[in-house]
Design a protein around this ligand. Sequence first.
Ligand code: UDX
Length: 432
Amino acid sequence: MKIDVIGLGYVGLVASACLAEEGHNVTGYDTNTKKLKSISSGDIPFYEPNLNELVKLAIQKQTFELKKIDKYENLFADAIIIAVGTPLSNMGTLDISQIQVAIKWIISNYQNLPFIIIKSTVPPGTGEKLISQYPELANKYISNPEFLREGQAISDWKNPDRIISGSKNLEGNKCIEKIYENYTAPFVHSDITSSEMIKFASNAFLANKISFINEIANLCDKLGAYVDDVSKGIGLDPRIGPNYLIPGVGYGGSCFPKDVQSLSDLSMTHLQSFDLLQSIITTNQKQQLMPYFYLSEKFDNLQGLKVCVLGLSFKAGTDDIRESSSINLINQLSNSGVIINTYDPVSINNSKKVLPETVNFFDDPFDAINGVQATIIMTEWSEFQNLDWKKVYKSMKNPKIIFDGKNYLNQKLIQDLGFEYFAVGRKIKSQK
Ligand code: UDX
């Protein structure tokens, strides 16, 4: 099929490269010339494992070409994917203006209106609103939300759990079935608003699981229970499932925080109080700052305390720092006068743009750890798990605190070395 993709950010570029690899003819459009140049020369502007290679190969094989959004005459495509950003506006709602611009551009540049597949995350009800603005879209508009996780986007694309298509007619469903004809995942065909709701409800439900296990972990700390065992025990119930039950310093990223907030706002707009969503958010805000609360309790004054924060991205496998727990924590610690050293394998450049100038960035974790009183792990990079902890112990100053914000270090090893170990819901000494 001839598939055009508008918006070569994270989702658009992954979609383009994977569709091209599957044999479709893909043209990627973007407004940003610098980005287009950089992608064409084999340098994608963000970190996603294996994506650079996949994009390069598709460009070489000429199954993927890049073009600037401009005035063209009589463009043709079987389908167009819109994958532009929908950031949170100052009003707290999702800003869909980039989608509107893309739709206007499609209407005036394509000879026949192709199917328009919306992958950008939009609040439920958006598709119907757009159709009432542009009635010619009615039989062409398809909501096809993505569920790609950063850091694993290519494998998520290739192994979807389900493929959702929300449209007004059978042709829309058929178009999606044709694009994904080689996939074994079940299709869910629905109306447009339900499809949009599936995306929001999925992300809110996962965020809910995380905030829930975080509150359980906090209670475990009070009661002397061990949250890893609790998590395992409840996750074995197939009605609950084991995923998204890892406690720690809360969730971040470009999706969960934005989508939960936006769903909450949407329910308020419809005069339905959905209190649970606000609780998920409040728990998460508290959880992101857990190491700060811990240090504030431990020390009378945080002024001048030397701390190393390991990990800046919102999770491992990405250089994305949007709504990252680490960034929020560092800002809070820095406001309290803490001296901060930090290291991350891929996110330093992004973080330098947003963190205070007083933060010290290092290219090597041991340089960052040297001489600090506490080390806080905020991102679950495997290289932190595999650090030479004996060496870390020697280079830190008393009281040698390790705050494991991801509950993923070998607690026994760390405690046996003599560190003061703290995590979330792991207060009792590990026997394992
Ligand atoms: C998410 C959704 O998973 C994906 O389907 C959607 O399309 C985009 O948003 P992503 O933001 O890439 O993907 O990250 P994800 O792996 O889901 O993790 C989100 C956050 O939750 C991270 O900060 C992560 O550290 C945290 N998390 C995840 C936990 O704290 N505990 C868990 O058990 C799982």
